[in-house]
Design a protein around this ligand. Sequence first.
Ligand SMILES: NC(=O)c1ccc[n+]([C@@H]2O[C@H](COP(=O)([O-])OP(=O)(O)OC[C@H]3O[C@@H](n4cnc5c(N)ncnc54)[C@H](O)[C@@H]3O)[C@@H](O)[C@H]2O)c1
Length: 429
Amino acid sequence: MSTQEKVVVMGLGYVGLPMAVLAVKNGYDVTGLDMSKEKIDLINNGKSSVEDGWVETVFPDYTFPATSDPTVLENADIILVCVPTPIDDNYHPNLGPVKSATSTIANHLKKGALVILESTVNPGVSETIIKPIFDEKGFELGKDYDLAHCPERVDPGKSAFSSGYTSENLNRVVGAMTDEGTKRAAAFYRKILTGEVHEMKSIREAEATKIMENSFRDINIAFVNELAKSFDRLDIDIHDVIKGASTKPYAFMPHYPSCGVGGHCIPVDPYYLIEHAKSVGFDHKLLRESRAINNSMPEYTVELLQDRLNAIEKSLKGTKVGILGISFKPNIDDDRESPYYEIVKCLKKHEAQTIAYDPYLPKKSDVQSLTELLEKSDVIILTANHDEFMQMDLDLLKKHNIKILIDGKNCLDKNTIEKSGVMYKGIGR
Ligand SMILES: NC(=O)c1ccc[n+]([C@@H]2O[C@H](COP(=O)([O-])OP(=O)(O)OC[C@H]3O[C@@H](n4cnc5c(N)ncnc54)[C@H](O)[C@@H]3O)[C@@H](O)[C@H]2O)c1
């Protein structure tokens, strides 16, 4: 029976597509459900709906049908919910996609189905938001359906693939509303993953685990961003200091400063806990401060440029600023919450001209090659460490009369750039 169980994956993005592929690979009868016609068409034509090294390699061997028709849920034994959990302009969690996906499931639920939420949520969402939607439809938890949470941890993209961690081999935690639900969900993941599956005592603990992991990262990044700002004044190269501290074999984990924290997870997930904790009268001061520090980095990056321009008696107004990179991480087209957007906003406020180039986002770029960008720019801000930028011939900067380079990812060779006569400034170096 088990390998013939029907699985519906709701949300076929960075998280959902790999999970659907893994379920197909392990013998499940899988259907993908999404609202994006573009994604459905890509998948039904055997093409990956996301830029992810691992899934792009394996997907062609494990295809499945995708649809926007929710009636496919009526046959589903296992439903994976992998919809977005964004924040709004005021940094408030937007649980709209989770609520609407749950309502869709509740309208088409097959009795006995196991519903597993993979999206990142604050502790309490399964119990206080999702379960009541099923309650309203008269479904009894543990009898008519089971509800579990297995937060995804993967870091999609090209570099993630080369790091060796994929949706398949990463360890996972699973929690559910009932012991039986935990067992069922853990058994499903043990079948499709090679990573370890750790059973949590409750669904709330599983929800809290993911938020803790991403908040841990945000806090540590905020710490090095703060150090970068102070080291800039103290004339200490943070890059060298991190290398030094990394020689300690325990109790230190390197994190790196940059022009901003992007993506769908790290700059978003802590707000889910910050806001939820407020409802029980708790103020997450450290999380709030960390978010504020990390949110300040795009503006700080522009200030670094402004200071260097002032030193050569120029102003940002009218300066042609070439921006290398729109996406937030290397060699991928993902520009969600990318610091690029805040940097552009800040430059425009100062009436600078901006010219962007990202080889992975040609439609959003102002020019279509690195050479064209160099030809049209007075100064450069690097915002993404794509291979193309890291491997560029640094002599081209001087050749194109670039006066200043702000390295927002500390990824270029400072000495070579300075030796060539171009002013270099990294974040904290
Ligand atoms: N991308 C990551 O790096 C990552 C890693 C771990 C966890 N997560 C979490 O996983 C969740 C999904 O993230 P993602 O990056 O895959 O998002 P995504 O935007 O890449 O994909 C989400 C998909 O869900 C679809 N969708 C939205 N509402 C729907 C609905 N009601 N029914 C069916 N489909 C619907 C969208 O059309 C989209 O295709 C989020 O909670 C995110 O925080 C993301």
